[in-house]
Design a protein around this ligand. Sequence first.
Ligand code: ADP
Ligand code: MG
Length: 264
Amino acid sequence: MMLLSAQKLTVRFGASEVLSGVTMGISAGEIVTVLGPNGSGKSTLLRALLGIVGAVSGTVTRSAGLRIGYVPQRLTMDRAMPMTVRRFLSLPQRVDDAAADTALGRVGLPGLGAQQMAALSGGQFQRVLLARALLVQPHLLILDEPTQGLDQPGEAAFYRLIEEVRRDTGAGVLMVSHDLHVVMAASDRVICLNHHICCEGTPRVVSNAPEYRALFGLGTQGALALYQHAHDHSHDHAPHAPAHHDHSGHDHSGHDHAEHDHAG
Ligand code: ADP
Ligand code: MG
């Protein structure tokens, strides 16, 4: 069942067109990850789908009665401010203790309600954000770079948690990530965004698409290279396709690949 979709969505800020004719959708139980360089419009896409940002053209379609749990990329919260986890879970909407306990248990933090937010590790903080998003009993989770600031074991653990939540609740998950190789393993479908959709499909299809390679490069230190080695046993960094056809007709060459070359 399609939960949420966009048809030819175009968003502008002033003169700059941040999204151009984006058509995509997410179904129940699906984990879809949006990948793209910084400034490519990933957060704007999520915000447009949520109706926080207006589109100049195109439409967003939601299934009737759709409940969405959203974790924004940057939470405007002063972490030095005294606040317990329990209190945080009741913002902006009050929830009862039983619901709070259930949500904390689901994200692997049972009994953590009395803890100060400021005392949480990075991984615990992200899990509390996820717990809060789960309180609305969402059909769809929208997570904007939920593993930002976590180390690789932390990222991997977080994605395993996402898969558990999907399995237990049947929720669809739409997320943004930069963590290429973890994402590749954890996603049913990947959407590669650079103001328009460059390519889309299963992780394997996308990782072999010339558009994706143009965006993320093939550096030997990169996470993509690790993924390719692990799954293809190929050490040949030449493009697999016999000829490079950029069907999109857009120039991706101006982007700084080094920025996405995850060394760790
Ligand atoms: P990403 O999440 O892929 O890094 P964003 O969607 O946050 O990219 O931003 C895409 C572009 O739109 C950036 O150039 C950013 O500066 C601009 N932008 C985002 N939100 C706004 C806004 N509310 N007003 C003006 N410009 C914005
Ligand atoms: Mg963003």
